[in-house]
Design a protein around this ligand. Structure first.
Ligand SMILES: [Fe+2]
Length: 385
């Protein structure tokens, strides 16, 4: 999906002999998330990436569904999710369907003694609080507040945080995460009207090759089971790679808002898309400048998608009682719009400092037990006053 990139040493011609200093062959691996029919990368390993030496019993990590069907506006206090020491244990799925899972996490630590691979889904990790680095076979991805860390499914990674204060909003997608098609030229360049461009995409850097024998466990998630798969050498043994399928970072702070004389619809905030949902960024921006404009959004039917908003920072002008880390869920089937008083209040406002991430799913979401434990009761009635 991103542009062509390369790091380290690769042979002049793909699929040809590429030899180590001792005369042995490096192992070539083609990595893609859609078979041989879309973007891919070629990686060159010191050891074959296939040398499994042990497999552990699977651990079931299926989200515990508490409400499969419902038709009510809901809101949740995301920061009430309890911090946990371990990165994987800290991940609490709150909303899920067959296409994606929305997860909150407050990890105090990263993946200390293991590697992680999500074989089910691409991951977008939005960093609300915290900083650190993600380490992959492609190199390192340093991250901080506001970053979207995009990891294609199958990427083996480790994550390390600078300190214990971390808050993450994670979307796992069973469909490849893409740049919105409307932003792309026929040949894949982000066009002039796009709210971001290739310069804003941060690819991996600082590729290090670990040629280390031992017992390295990759906790691999497949169909909501976590398998411990042990390899006889360090998985980050890549000397070079190239291609268009690799993890990268895009910061929400690099999203350039599109504004107008009158209210612009949510698609102007679109950041990533899949076949099953879109992800949008609401960022600080100047409001509409028609002399009679109403900056607050109009009520809308949203009959074809469940709308999830994750509130990051600033005042969110159309809603009351919004806290940092709050999630609202407006399911398809009932219209929603600004809270009472918000429309009048918005008139004359010049700008907003709001920062939020929205996920609109085309199929209904189910609520997990973890979601009910952090729910604000009575949200559905908050338009009644
Ligand atoms: Fe909406």
């Amino acid at each position: 999906m991103p542009y062509y990139y390369t790091l380290g040493n690769i042979p002049h011609k793909r699929h040809t002999q590429f030899r180590k200093p001792d005369g042995g062959l490096y192992s070539e691996q083609l990595f893609s998330t859609e078979g041989f029919s879309n973007d891919y990368a070629l990686l060159y390993h010191v050891h074959p990436p296939t040398r499994i030496i042990q497999t552990d019993e699977a651990i079931d990590v299926t989200p515990k569904i508490a409400e499969e069907k419902m038709l009510k506006h809901r809101s949740f206090e995301g920061f009430n999710i309890k911090p946990q020491n371990d990165f994987l244990k800290s991940r609490m799925p709150v909303l899920t369907n067959g296409d994606c899972t929305i997860t909150l996490a407050a990890p105090k630590g990263g993946t200390e003694n293991y590697f992680y691979k999500n074989a089910d889904a691409d991951e977008v990790i939005f960093v609300h609080e915290g900083s650190g680095s993600v380490f992959t076979q492609y190199g390192e991805l340093p991250f901080s507040y506001g970053d979207y860390i995009v990891l294609p499914r199958g990427t083996i990674y480790q994550i390390k945080f600078t300190d214990e204060n971390n808050r993450l909003f994670i979307v796992e997608s069973h469909h490849p995460i893409r740049f919105p098609k409307k932003y792309l030229s026929k040949y894949g360049q982000l066009m002039e009207h796009s709210p971001y461009c290739e310069r804003d995409i941060r690819p991996p850097q600082n590729l290090k090759t670990f040629d280390e024998p031992g017992d390295f466990i990759i906790k691999t998630k497949k169909q909501n089971q976590l398998y411990g798969i042990h390899y006889g050498h360090h998985p980050f043994d890549v000397v070079g790679w190239d291609g268009c399928c690799y993890p990268f970072i895009f910061s929400i702070h690099d999203f350039e808002p599109i504004t107008g004389r009158v209210h612009q619809p949510p698609p102007v905030h679109e950041t990533f898309e899949t076949n099953a949902f879109v992800l949008c960024s609401f960022v600080p921006r100047l409001f509409d400048y028609h002399p009679q404009s109403i900056p607050a959004p109009y009520n809308h039917s949203n009959i074809d998608s469940d709308e999830v908003i994750y509130y990051v920072a600033g005042d969110f002008m159309s809603r009351k009682n919004v806290t940092r880390g709050m999630i609202t869920l407006h399911p398809a089937g009932i219209p929603h719009g600004p809270h009472p008083g918000a429309v009048e209040k918005s008139i004359g406002a010049k700008e907003t400092k709001e920062l939020a991430v929205m996920v609109d799913t085309f199929r209904p979401l189910m609520l997990t037990q973890a979601a009910l434990e952090i729910e604000n009761p009575g949200y559905i009635m908050s338009w009644a006053e």
